[in-house]
Design a protein around this ligand. Structure first.
Ligand SMILES: Nc1ncnc2c1ncn2[C@@H]1O[C@H](COP(=O)(O)OP(=O)(O)OP(=O)(O)O)[C@@H](O)[C@H]1O
Ligand SMILES: [Mg+2]
Length: 357
């Protein structure tokens, strides 16, 4: 069987919708359910939240991330990207394992088959240099600086996969909500988008903005239209990833206002379904086409309940949901009770997302 490489980017240009939480739970649960695959989490967000969770959560995770970021050549996205760009186009790629951390060697509450390319706050200050490298003039007809820089992490995934061609690879990429250069690199590394949305009106607005960022505005703006990621990606012969799953996150937190919540979340679903009808090729294909809103929902969306205490404790301990047992936990000096039944419900919800991958 030829090796498979699956590349998922968890992205929404709206902040705080649950990208990092979903990246952590999806990667850990996916790895548990596919012990024969190698799972790679690439954290292309300067906040590094999913890295912190994977490396033990709480202060422990935070300190470990800080340690990696302050190594002379950081074992992070920044270390990898600066090594590649400093080497120049055409130079051999660095060994990916010089930059990856096996998560279970640091945190025994996650499966053994996950490796991390850690996030790094220095993504922010280094981004003008990365933009400069991408926009450098092409010195030979064959060189395409924009394409080369944008494919940095795609190339990393390929070299990681090539190190063990007998095992399949699944990659999850966490992103920042801003459409900055490093988010463009994240999008360029992926094939399939997992888009978390909340049940509020701004999620509907964000759903429209997402298509404009990826594919440009229709009709294109006479000036800015030529500057979009979509236009430059097309000029460089690159493919924009397709929407694979829309995750309605924390929906149950609105239970108290069920009526308002249902109407607003419907509005987001309607917006996405309209896009699907206008351009089905922006979405990954299914066996059958969705002909109604209900079919679209069942084929492309999954609801992730509010994790409540279970989620807070899992993130704080950097613990995959399946390993979180019921009982009392000391969190920042507070004695917090985790109910085993709630953990099982959260796990069932995460498994629905994993079933779609
Ligand atoms: N299903 C959930 N249940 C309960 N809390 C959640 C859930 N998903 C996310 N949260 C909480 O919501 C907050 C934001 O989540 P998270 O950091 O994952 O969002 P994000 O999209 O990565 O944010 P940013 O845009 O800042 O990177 C966190 O405090 C997280 O614990
Ligand atoms: Mg985040």
């Amino acid at each position: 069987m030829p090796q498979t490489i699956e590349r998922y980017v968890i992205w929404n240009n709206k902040g705080g919708v649950g990208k990092s939480t979903i990246a952590f739970h999806a990667a850990t649960r996916y790895a548990e359910r596919h012990p024969g695959k190698r799972v790679l989490l690439i954290d292309l967000c300067p906040q590094s939240n999913s890295s912190m969770m994977l490396l033990g959560g709480g202060e422990r995770g935070e300190n470990y991330v800080l340690g990696l970021c302050t190594e002379p050549t950081p074992r992070t996205v920044v270390g990898y990207m600066s090594t590649v760009i400093a080497g120049g186009q055409g130079a051999p790629l660095p060994d990916p394992y010089n930059f990856l951390v096996q998560a279970s060697s640091v945190n025994d509450k996650v499966p053994q088959n996950i490796v991390l390319l850690c996030g790094d706050g220095n993504l922010e200050p280094m981004s003008p240099a990365v933009t400069g490298a991408a926009n450098a003039p092409a010195l030979t007809p064959a060189s395409q600086p924009w394409r080369w820089v944008h494919l940095t992490f795609r190339a990393l995934i390929d070299s990681f996969a090539a190190r063990d061609p007998d095992s399949d690879v699944t990659v999850f990429i966490d992103t920042n909500p801003s459409f900055s250069i490093y988010t463009e690199l994240a999008i360029s590394a992926g094939d399939k988008l997992i888009v978390p949305v909340n049940a509020d009106d701004s999620s509907r607005v964000a759903a429209n903005a997402l298509f404009i960022l990826l594919h440009g505005q229709q009709p294109p703006h006479p000036i800015y239209g030529a500057w979009t990621f979509a236009v430059r990606a097309a000029q460089s012969g690159m493919v924009v990833p397709k929407i694979h799953a829309v995750v309605g996150n924390r929906l149950t937190q609105y239970e108290g206002a069920a009526g308002a919540f249902a109407a607003l979340s419907d509005a987001t679903a309607v917006t996405l379904f309209e896009q699907y009808r206008a351009a089905p090729h922006f979405f990954t294909a299914r066996q059958i086409a969705a002909n109604s809103l209900a079919e679209f929902r069942s084929l492309y969306s999954v609801a992730l309940r509010d994790f409540n205490t279970a989620g807070v404790v899992a993130a704080h301990l950097g613990c995959s949901l399946s390993r979180l047992t019921g009982g009392y936990y000391d969190i920042h000096g507070h004695n917090i009770q985790v109910n085993a039944a709630r953990v099982s419900e959260c796990l069932i919800a995460v498994d629905k997302l994993i079933d779609m991958l």
